[in-house]
Design a protein around this ligand. Structure first.
Ligand code: HEM
Length: 412
């Protein structure tokens, strides 16, 4: 299969309503004023850049579009590159043929693909990983505590989710660094570099294929073994290997960059708000609402939909195969839905945020993500109650479809 680079422009944006650029460096760093401007002026913006897309910015529009799965399909949830996974051989093509279910599936496949996964991500199942995650956080902090400075993004946030996913899939934690590189190559750099994206995808497909063959021969109590023999109403029995591979691929992609970005953004925020750190230490019960508020304010994920047939949405002439960017982060800052949306209020009482999406594709790993965030913040504050950004101007952010800090030096 050939993959063509999507059309892009390099000129600066003059009109965000008709020509937005989700990779514009200023926008990546601080998208909030742009969303405010668009909500007032043109709530569903459009661009021809990066293959072309529409972008709703209000809570109601994002919710309504997510609810209409008939017109707004999840068959290709990424933007910017044209085509599905690049494949190195017909065998690889067959193995990658299921996409990344359930995030890339529509009903009826979505229904059973999601049902297969949910039991493994219940609060009870997730709690089994909490103690290991705590130990992991402590061991990461041990490495830099005496130095008085650390990169909260790369030395800490980035290190946690890949190891948790490795545990889940029954893969040695030593391989977590490779996972992170592949996921970053696929979902971060890969959105603007088709060769990087397909190369990283192939490495993940080939690695997961090896793992699946191993689990067939030596089943264990890991998620790959579970999926190989799992059953759900409406699902084929046995579940095809290509489906198991696609789902494991999704878990790596969905579980790593996203959670690392949320933990990183939380650390970045706390580094600038010592009073809030103090409050979290003095009132530990506040952590639950604080996590929800940090997720709301710094929601990292924007997934895409594809229009299945020509349709008008709120006066916008959408054409078959047009992309829609589900701007969950902008919805979470909509003043029609949230009071003082740009303030982080750790004990916000009413917080129906959609950082985990909304509708049938709502994040299946939200219990796991919340646990990782909570444990990461708790363990950090126990050992490092006071810290601040070394140089606020030196913090860098990744943007596109997952936004979060990538360099965030703090001193303590
Ligand atoms: C803070 C971290 C996370 C955030 C903000 C997040 C966000 C999201 C969002 C917005 C969606 C919906 C996408 C759409 O509507 O197209 C989603 C779906 C999904 N997420 Fe997460 N996610 C996070 C962590 C995780 C983790 C840790 C896992 C599992 C390891 C995971 C697994 C999934 C899966 C399987 C789906 C697809 C659900 C479906 O299509 O039914 N996510 N996530």
């Amino acid at each position: 299969m050939t993959i063509e680079p999507a059309k892009k422009h390099t000129e600066p944006v003059e009109d965000w309503a008709t020509d937005y650029d989700i990779f514009d460096p200023g926008y990546v760093k601080d998208p909030f004023p742009t969303w405010d401007e668009l909500r007032g002026k043109c709530p569903v913006a459009h661009t021809e850049r990066w293959g072309g897309s529409w972008m709703p910015t209000t809570y109601e529009d994002v919710r309504k579009i997510a609810a209409n799965v008939d017109i707004f399909s999840s068959r290709n949830p990424l933007v910017a590159t044209v085509g599905e996974l690049a494949v190195a051989s017909p065998e690889m093509e067959q193995r990658a043929s299921a996409g990344a279910p359930p995030i890339s599936s529509d009903p009826p496949v979505h229904t059973w693909a999601r049902a297969l996964l949910l039991p493994k991500f219940s609060m009870k199942e997730v709690s089994a990983y909490e103690e290991e995650t705590r130990e992991l956080c402590r061991s990461l902090i041990d490495v830099f505590l005496d130095k008085g400075r650390a990169d909260a993004a790369t030395d800490y946030a980035q290190q946690i989710p890949a190891r948790v996913i490795a545990n889940l899939l029954g893969i040695p934690q030593e391989r977590a660094g490779e996972f992170t590189e592949w996921v970053q190559g696929f979902l971060e750099y890969g959105l603007t570099d088709v060769n990087m994206r397909s190369g990283s995808a192939m490495q993940m497909v080939s690695f997961l294929n090896e793992q699946i063959q191993d689990r067939k021969a030596n089943p264990g109590d890991d998620l790959i073994s579970y999926l190989l023999s799992a059953k759900a109403d409406g699902a084929p029995d046995p579940i095809p290997e290509s489906h198991v591979l696609g789902t494991c691929f999704l878990l790596m992609v969905a579980g790593i960059d996203t959670t690392w970005s949320s933990i990183g953004a939380a650390m970045w925020h706390l580094a600038q708000n010592p009073d809030e750190c103090r409050r979290l230490i003095d009132e530990p019960e506040l952590i639950t609402s604080a996590i929800e508020e940090l997720l709301r304010a710094y929601a990292p994920v924007t997934m895409a939909r594809e229009v299945t047939r020509d349709a008008q949405y709120d006066g916008c002439p959408m054409k078959e195969n047009d992309k829609i960017l589900m701007n969950f982060p902008a919805a979470n800052r909509d003043p029609e839905k949230f009071e003082k949306p740009d303030e982080v209020i750790l004990d916000r009482k009413i917080n129906p945020h959609i950082a985990f999406g909304v509708g049938i594709h709502r994040c299946a790993g939200s219990n796991l993500a919340r646990m990782e965030m909570r444990v990461a913040i708790e363990e950090w504050l126990k050992r490092i109650p006071e810290f601040r950004l070394e140089d606020p101007a030196a913090v860098t952010w990744a943007g596109g479809q997952v936004r979060g800090p990538r360099k965030c030096m703090v001193v303590f």
